[in-house]
Ligand binder design. Sequence first.
Ligand code: NAD
Length: 485
Amino acid sequence: MTHPAQPKASHFINGAYVEDTAGTPIPVIYAATGEQIATVYAATPAIVEKALSTAKEAQKAWGKMTGTERGRILRRAADIMRERNHELSVLETYDTGKPLQETLVADATSGADALEYFGGLAGSLTGEHIPMGRDWVYTVREALGLCVGIGAWNYPTQIACWKGAPALACGNSMVFKPSETTPLCALKVAEILHEAGLPAGLYNVIQGMGDVGAALVTDPRVDKVSLTGSVPTGKKVYAAAAAGMKHVTMELGGKSPLIIFDDADVENAVGGAINGNFYSSGQVCSNGTRVFVQKGIKEKFLARLAERTGAAVLGDPQDEATNFGPMVTENQMNIVLGYIEKGKEEGARLICGGKRADMDGFFVEPTVFADVTDDMTIAREEIFGPVMSVLDFDTEEEVIARANDTEFGLSAGVFTNDFSRAHRVIAQLEAGSCFINSYNDAPVEAPFGGVKASGVGRENSKEAIKHFSQVKSVYVRMGDVEAAF
Ligand code: NAD
């Protein structure tokens, strides 16, 4: 019997599902059981061509519509996503293994927020009037044209919407390639957008591995590439886009610091560290995986952290009582277990977790290491799993220098009850998305993105509009033209 997660076809192009079984088969494995629940096929060159040519053509009319007309469709899509939240959350759970308790509140809902927010902004995208004496200049905010979105596997619905909603609001078309690990949810986003009235060809989804992504990035018809992925992939995609002088947004990896001062509220700090390390089983780019704890509060913090982490409920992700799911794939589980072994070998003190959970599926126990030092592998490399490193510190100046001593710069957090210190420290941290007495909030109204190797550009908020549009300026002379001859 066909599993309910099996999509109608692999791709969604020109307003309809399209299949081409000549492509490489991509099995979809449910991370909680290891069973294959669906198969899709990687895009063949013919599918890539169909998606790009359709999107290029469809954009011309879409770009000429008023922003209000475009926004109305996006807002309708947001309503449909909310109505179908339960069904979409179940699918997100099959696609990623994340517990339904999370997906019900963090995925289709976040996608719907993006569609609603950018749908609302679409009608307000105007230029400026710049007086020049008798003459004047006016500016027009124009679409870029054809945009490519490439997704990671941790938030397949959210990523498809965070890229698609601002792109479409600004009058662009999009070809979106989900991660080969989680190919299912973006197809639903395309289906819903078209159900909401999006003209055919404007939001297309095609499947495939890195080679399909590369074929999209290098195509001369493409004007912009927005990638969510790892730093090594980001470097390749950025270079390929630069060769064609294309616009880019790069949402890449991190190894973010979370700094907890002695005067912080311990329960809130522990809650922040849990949210910043164990949500989505640690598969979150902005996670605060280097938890710097000032020495005076350290033992109290570790004791409560171990107690509260012990209350995590591992189990069937489709059961709403479960609050901690498996790693997305067996491979990712093995990578994470390898880092845990490295942590033990290099002398970190294991506080809790530290091994594969004794159950079916790719579960790794939520793991905390204390006495971690800056040079340990687990403190330097992005693990992308439920492994928290707790490091000690004495002074504010010291912790700022150590927090910044990384190639990454996605996020940073500070817990303290001294608000002047909070702002003083945040001001010196090299990170794009920061938190004070909180961690990992990502509302659509706030810009999201990194500095240093963690990325280029911002998603969400009005900032995203700048990255999906360009400004034309027009000088208007009211008098005669003076010329030298
Ligand atoms: P990945 O870099 O392996 O793959 C990301 C996407 O790029 C996939 O769709 C993949 O098929 C595609 N790809 C690979 N090579 C390509 C190429 N040469 N040209 C074009 N596309 C190519 O990342 P992943 O393992 O899927 O996701 C995990 C990573 O994503 C982590 O590093 C994580 O931090 C990062 N991430 C960042 C954010 C953010 O917003 N900053 C959000 C989620 C995940």
